[in-house]
Design a protein around this ligand. Structure first.
Ligand code: ADP
Ligand code: AMP
Length: 212
């Protein structure tokens, strides 16, 4: 079972992917998280991705696809968060992990900007918070593992604008790609995390490969 979550940066893909993975017993794979982990470990892959991520641009397809291919090699049940992001990635994915459903989470730009600039992430485990929408119990500290919460380097006003533009140009066309053979499920990503989770569960309810 392969479910992909599509949507602009800040739509809530990571937030929903964690819940969906738990609910449906899927492995959660976030390409952004994988890259940030490589960056922390200063691997060659991390070095290759760094300048693109810092600028809010996409990492070249060949690099991302090789990383995902390796990650999904030993499993069958995944929710992919942040991949695919280009038509080339989507086509390549079909050759090694055909997608059952693509859930597009839509959110207006002004809400996205507020979500991204207020996002804080745990420096160790990648747990995601928001300064006002989803604050931790103790300011600046992760509820789950007690690590320091930091602001992502690419969650600044300027880089956010670039990332939204990149989304519109390169990723948004995937909507038509998955709609063509009826694999697209489009949901409204506004409202509370629970509301969006319910919409997603309802949308996925009709997919035969998934338990209802
Ligand atoms: P993405 O993975 O699509 O970039 P995230 O899941 O990291 O998005 O969410 C972006 C920010 O918005 C985070 O700070 C998160 O806590 C917050 N957020 C996610 N879903 C909601 C929601 N339904 N309502 C309000 N804030 C949300
Ligand atoms: P995310 O955590 O999903 O917001 O991703 C952070 C950054 O990682 C993006 O802005 C890109 O630079 C890079 N990235 C993540 N996933 C992909 C992908 N599928 N294709 C290209 N670049 C990606």
């Amino acid at each position: 079972v392969i479910v992909v979550l599509l949507g602009p940066p800040g739509a809530g893909k990571g937030t929903q992917a964690v819940r969906l993975a738990r609910a449906l017993d899927l492995e959660h794979v976030s390409t952004g998280d994988l890259f940030r982990d490589h960056l922390r470990r200063r691997t060659d892959l991390g070095e290759a991705a760094e300048s693109y991520m810092r600028a809010g641009d996409l990492v070249p397809d060949s690099i991302v696809t090789a990383m995902v291919r390796e990650r999904v090699a030993d499993g069958t049940r995944f929710v992919l968060d942040g991949f695919p992001r280009t038509l080339a990635q989507a086509q390549e994915l079909e050759s090694f992990a055909p997608v059952d459903a693509a859930v597009l989470i839509t959110v207006p730009d002004d809400v996205l900007r507020a979500r991204l600039t207020g996002r804080r992430v745990c420096a160790v485990g990648g747990h995601v918070y928001h300064v006002t929408e989803h604050p931790p119990r103790e300011a600046g500290v992760c509820d789950v593992d007690g690590s320091l919460l930091i602001q992502r380097e690419d969650d600044t006003e300027e880089t956010v604008s670039r990332r939204l533009e990149v989304y519109r140009e390169q990723t948004r066309p995937l909507r038509d790609y998955y709609a063509l053979d009826s694999r697209l499920l489009e949901i409204d990503g506004t409202g509370s995390v629970e509301t969006v989770a319910r919409r997603m569960a309802a949308a996925l309810g009709g997919i035969p490969a998934l338990p209802s």
